[in-house]
Write a protein that binds this ligand. Structure first.
Ligand code: NAP
Length: 291
């Protein structure tokens, strides 16, 4: 029997509807719009699409977004100067700062991300926020892992005490997600295994997963033989191919084995954007409370 589809697009719309009410209430109570400053360096077409989607979503829930465009040959010091200005913005509110990645290779992305005020770090890349998340008292949660956790929670896919296998150990997805699922609390308390390119006999590990989450950046890499029958499969990957968009999971074959599966597109992607909006509202609340 074919797997149930985990509809991330519909869930993101539901979360955004909830956020629209919360944003309206925030504006009424504080007299200020939650505001996200987005920084785009260069004209990479994929980054242009991601930024456009994020700004449209902001607009949809009532969050103000401002785009700062810089040329691809901007110097590191100029970019740092912009981040410093956004950190300190007083005359106009800036509650969240988002640097669209990747940055050009002459810029040290780590240095730029560390320069963002931890209070405005809505992507949750700053070491202070990563540390807080690891220790189980987060200020923000990183957007893609948070979106996946919401997807599991709101579809009542239990992870507590169950075997979750995360394939991929990137700093933005695999590693923080594994930590979040391992921590205590709702949508967590899982027994987590993390795999990467050095894992020996990957299929034997992925076949043990009750919940299999894949973020490796390789089109249709996970096939039916690698999935335990009935498992929930979450596909983070996104690739443009001759046959259209696809994920890291071979959807056609895996949907015949899995119990639940996310589609690509319409799975994890929209939830990542919804979590960015949630973090921006959270940042606005914390900053306005401290005024
Ligand atoms: P990344 O930084 O490229 O890292 C890939 C990870 O996969 C690494 O840990 C790598 O292992 C591991 N890996 C690569 N080949 C492998 C193999 N054959 N077997 C086992 N592990 C392997 O990836 P990422 O940034 O997490 O992105 C992954 C995918 O998700 C990409 O397609 C990206 O576009 C997509 N993505 C989507 C969203 C969304 O919102 N939908 C958000 C972020 C990313 P090593 O560490 O050993 O090299």
């Amino acid at each position: 029997m074919a797997a149930t589809i985990l509809d991330g697009k519909r869930l993101a719309q539901q979360i955004q509807a909830e956020l629209t009410e919360e944003v309206a209430e925030f504006i009424e109570n504080n007299g200020v719009d939650p505001t996200l400053a987005a920084v785009l360096v260069g004209t990479d077409p994929a980054s242009e699409v991601y930024i456009r989607n994020k700004r449209t979503a902001c607009e949809g829930v009532g969050i103000e977004s401002r785009l700062h465009r810089l040329p691809a040959d901007v110097s590191q010091d100029e970019l740092l100067a912009l981040v410093t200005r956004l950190n300190k913005a007083k005359d106009e509110p800036v509650h969240g700062v988002l640097i669209q990645l990747p940055l050009p290779s002459h810029i040290d992305a780590g240095r730029i991300l560390q320069a963002i005020s931890p209070l405005k770090d809505v992507d949750c890349f700053h070491p202070e926020n990563v540390g807080r998340m690891v220790q189980g008292h987060p200020r923000f949660l990183p957007c893609t892992p948070a979106g996946i956790q919401q997807l599991l929670l709101r579809n009542r896919i239990e992870v507590a005490g169950r075997r979750v296998v995360v394939v991929g150990r990137s700093e933005t997805v695999g590693k923080p997600l594994a930590i979040m699922l391992m921590n205590r609390g709702p949508g967590a308390d899982a027994t987590v295994t993390v795999c990467h390119s050095r894992t020996v006999d990957l299929p034997s590990v992925t076949r043990e997963a009750d919940v299999l989450i894949v973020a490796i950046g390789k089109p249709r890499f996970i096939t039916a033989e690698m999935v335990k029958p009935g498992a929930a499969v979450v596909d983070v990957g996104i690739h443009r191919t001759d046959r259209g968009l696809c994920g890291d999971v071979d959807f056609e074959s895996v949907q015949e084995v899995a119990g639940q599966i996310t589609p690509v597109p319409g799975g994890v992607g929209p939830l990542t954007v919804a979590m960015l909006l949630e973090n921006t509202l959270r940042a606005a609340r914390e900053q306005e409370l401290a005024r």
